[in-house]
Design a binder for this molecule. Structure first.
Ligand code: GDP
Length: 450
């Protein structure tokens, strides 16, 4: 495998691309339309064997054409399109059939293409081929997967920005800056007799420090990026009957949890999400924190303690009309919430609400955003949201630090060891030198048909 100059990869593709693959690319189940996709050398030939355009017209590249398909024992009136290589998503010849959205039609069409010689696609195989053909970098491919799985405005924005290459460009600029220093240092070592413009230690240092600053700034975006990607986990804890389930329903804006005057109704934990200012908040309603008596409740209390430990923020609910404050063991920030303000006097500190009437709940949502997220999140720029990228960027930074600390002290060889280390880690982010295992791992998380 060989790294191409733009951080995308060129592979001996002809070996990999031997087979033509087929899969459903839209969700399975009933729908108006389903799309069956083919990629590989024989895609266009296989489509043409089954599909006849209406009125004697011809299939044209990148144009939907109406016609009839006869394959796998069925007929359907469909739209079909071909994307000849290399101007396709995978970089190979591709074909699509937009058929009626019946699972029976889809299964028969796919079986039909398999009987003509296609193979069923593996999870993520279309995008993996796009990567192997140098159409997309590994980090951009991962962003495509994030975009498909996005569940909030901020997740969509961040994944889109990554999918169109903003973080990729930032990584690549840092990579190129380091590479240019490496090239100059290596030239000076390899051809000492030639009249190469000498890289003074000061200039090398200046260029590497610039790259280090850019890398640090990118790494710093991960704190926010991780919140965008994973959402904010909120544990709601408090004594039984304090109003935890009522508050959960209020925050979600719908009835999800059972509200009951009988203490100990919520025995299991319930997880549901809502979006506020573009961020995903996942609420965990837990069993009341009290001395549990029956077995199911004991298990529920255990889970509620675990949820509080894992949460990003904890809402501790106290019933103003019966103020028993629950013990919470957590490292996360705790927001004190006083409930039932409609029937009792408010508390002087914390946030007073009525889960019953909704009073104070908007202020609580804002406080939760302030505590968990802080300043407004800017998702349009280069942002690291992926733990794999973050780990590699941190490793690249420590290698770069090593390289920088050696500038001027030792021979250029010492500096080069650190710089090569940094390049290796940065290259793993974009995939230009990722191992087969890493690539396999990344694409195994994709769905079939993507
Ligand atoms: P949990 O055990 O902490 O989940 O508490 P629930 O949400 O099941 O509520 C316990 C009882 O308190 C129910 O009868 C609710 O209707 C009542 N309740 C909850 N929130 C309020 C509130 O803000 N005001 C009043 N008056 N009653 C509430």
């Amino acid at each position: 495998m060989r790294g191409a100059g733009n951080g995308r990869v060129t592979f001996p593709v002809s070996i990999y691309m031997a087979k033509t693959i087929v899969a459903l690319s839209t969700p399975s189940g009933l729908g108006a339309i389903s799309i069956v996709r083919l990629s590989g050398d024989r895609s266009i030939e296989l489509l043409k064997r089954a599909f006849k355009p209406l009125g004697g017209s011809e299939l044209q590249a990148n144009m939907l054409t109406l016609g009839n398909i006869e394959l796998g024992g069925i007929h359907d009136r469909v739209m079909a399109v071909i994307f000849p290589a290399p101007r396709s998503y995978t970089g190979e010849d591709m074909a699509e059939v937009h058929c009626h959205g019946s699972p029976e039609i889809v299964v028969r069409l796919i079986r039909g293409f398999i009987s003509l010689g296609a193979s069923p696609a593996e999870a993520g195989e279309f995008t993996k081929r796009a990567f192997l053909n140098g159409k997309i970098s590994l980090d951009e491919a991962e962003a495509v997967s994030d975009l498909i799985n996005a569940r909030s405005q901020a997740q969509i924005n961040a994944a889109y920005s990554a999918a169109v290459g903003r973080a990729h460009e930032a990584v690549k600029r840092i990579y190129d800056d380091i590479l240019s220093v490496v090239a100059a240092l290596e030239a000076a070592i390899d051809y000492p007799e030639e009249d190469i413009e000498e890289e003074t230690a000061e200039r090398v240092l200046g260029r590497l420090e610039g790259a280090r600053e850019a890398l640090r700034a990118l790494i710093e975006t991960y704190g926010q990026g991780e919140k965008v990607r994973s959402g904010i986990k909120v544990a709601i804890v408090g004594a039984p009957n304090a109003g935890k389930s009522s508050l959960l329903n209020r925050l979600l804006g719908r009835d999800r949890a059972i509200v009951s005057a009988e203490a100990g109704t919520t025995r299991d934990t319930i997880e549901e999400s809502y979006e506020y200012r573009g961020m995903l908040f996942t609420l965990v309603d837990t069993a009341g924190l009290r001395k549990a008596t029956d077995e199911a409740e004991i298990e529920g209390v255990k889970r509620s303690e675990a949820a509080a430990k894992q949460a990003d923020i904890v809402l501790r609910i106290t019933d103003l009309s019966d103020p028993i404050s629950a013990d919470v063991r957590t490292d996360a920030p705790v927001i004190e919430v006083y409930n039932k303000s409609d029937i009792a006097n408010p508390h002087s500190g914390g946030i007073n609400i009525s889960a019953l009437t909704g009073e104070g709940v908007d202020a609580l949502k804002e406080e939760m955003y302030r505590v968990a997220v802080g300043a407004n999140i800017e998702t349009g720029g280069a942002m690291l949201t992926n733990a794999r990228h973050y780990g590699l960027a941190v490793s690249a930074l420590s290698e770069l630090d090593l390289g920088i600390s050696d500038v001027g002290l030792h021979s250029a060889d010492c500096t080069l060891v650190g710089l090569h280390g940094a390049l290796r880690y940065l290259g793993e982010i974009t995939g230009s030198n990722a191992t087969e295992d890493v690539i396999g791992e990344v694409f195994s998380k994709f769905c079939v048909g993507k």
